[in-house]
Design a protein around this ligand. Structure first.
Ligand SMILES: C[S@@+](CC[C@H](N)C(=O)[O-])C[C@H]1O[C@@H](n2cnc3c(N)ncnc32)[C@H](O)[C@@H]1O
Length: 272
């Protein structure tokens, strides 16, 4: 019966043959694969190999740069298959509305990874990524969205979304340069507000928008889930109906549920 070491032996044979035929690309590939198979931690070796080989992909480039100096755990959670499917679902549903968004706010935006999905289908003038955690904001500015940092086309704002100043003509917040510590005041009138972290916070941010009647009459897109026992999950929902009760919209443009591995993501898009 064939064993794992027979396969490695076969790879050695093919490596020797490709060396003989001067097929350098194939020889190098087989050689790298043998090294991966023989490493102590095969999963880690595969991961590092993929990061090394995938060159022209925006998100992979960001991950490569992030893991050089940071703990990889938040990336593993943030870029898991269910998280990616949820983000792609959101952006595809937003694209179906056929609206050209200009000023976008992403609440609880983590390290700003949503932008790499958003910019594949939708356009924008400016994006603001709001998060409580300064280290995530810095990762958004200097790693995940570095290419947009000029003129602050995409900029992270370190703030509690349930404690923002909002006028009829927009939010008012401090924009901080996280390297130099300098700050300035900015007014920002969004036509799209996204919150894919609704399960992590109470819903004052939504009621503030709802009762302020913003001049831009923004679209609000909210995702939560039914993982009631998840870490830090204080505001989960059972269903789209449940979500509509928590987040009453003047006009509902989309409501839906996406079955993921072991849990369900729920999404509501509308005008509050
Ligand atoms: C675990 S992550 C996001 C999970 C979510 N399912 C997603 O895909 O975006 C939750 C993020 O929300 C942020 N957050 C939680 N409460 C917040 C608040 N009140 N204001 C701003 N950011 C908040 C956290 O710092 C964290 O980066």
């Amino acid at each position: 019966m064939e064993s794992k070491s027979d396969n490695v032996e076969l790879l050695f044979g093919l490596e020797t043959y490709t060396e003989f035929t001067n097929n350098e690309d194939s020889r190098r590939f087989i050689h790298d694969m043998i090294n991966v198979l023989r490493s102590e931690n095969v999963e880690q070796a595969v991961f590092e190999y993929c990061l090394r080989m995938i060159r022209d992909d925006e998100l992979t480039n960001s991950v490569r740069s992030y893991v050089k100096d940071n703990d990889i755990q938040p990336i593993k959670d943030g870029l898991s298959r269910s998280q990616m499917r949820s983000k792609i679902w959101l952006i595809q549903e937003l694209a179906k509305l056929g609206i050209k968004f200009e000023n976008v706010v992403i609440m609880g935006g983590w390290f700003g990874q949503l932008v790499s999905v958003y910019n594949k289908i939708l356009s924008f003038e400016k994006i603001r990524i709001l998060d409580l955690e300064k280290s995530f904001c810095a990762a958004s500015d200097y790693t995940f969205n570095l290419k947009y940092l000029d003129n602050y086309k995409v900029k992270a704002i370190c703030a509690d979304v349930n404690n923002l100043t909002l006028h009829k003509n927009g939010y008012e917040w401090k924009v901080e340069n996280f390297k130099e510590g300098t700050k300035f005041n900015e007014k920002f009138l969004p036509d799209l507000v996204i919150n894919t972290s609704a399960e992590h916070m109470t819903e004052e941010w939504f009621h503030q928008l709802r009762f302020k009647n913003l001049e831009s009459n923004p679209i609000v897109a909210i995702q939560s889930n039914n993982m009631f026992d998840g870490d830090g999950h204080i505001n989960c929902v059972y269903s789209a109906d449940h979500m509509k009760k928590k987040f009453p919209m003047k006009e509902v443009l989309f409501e839906g549920e996406l079955q993921l591995k072991g849990y369900k993501r729920v999404m509501l898009i509308g005008r509050p």
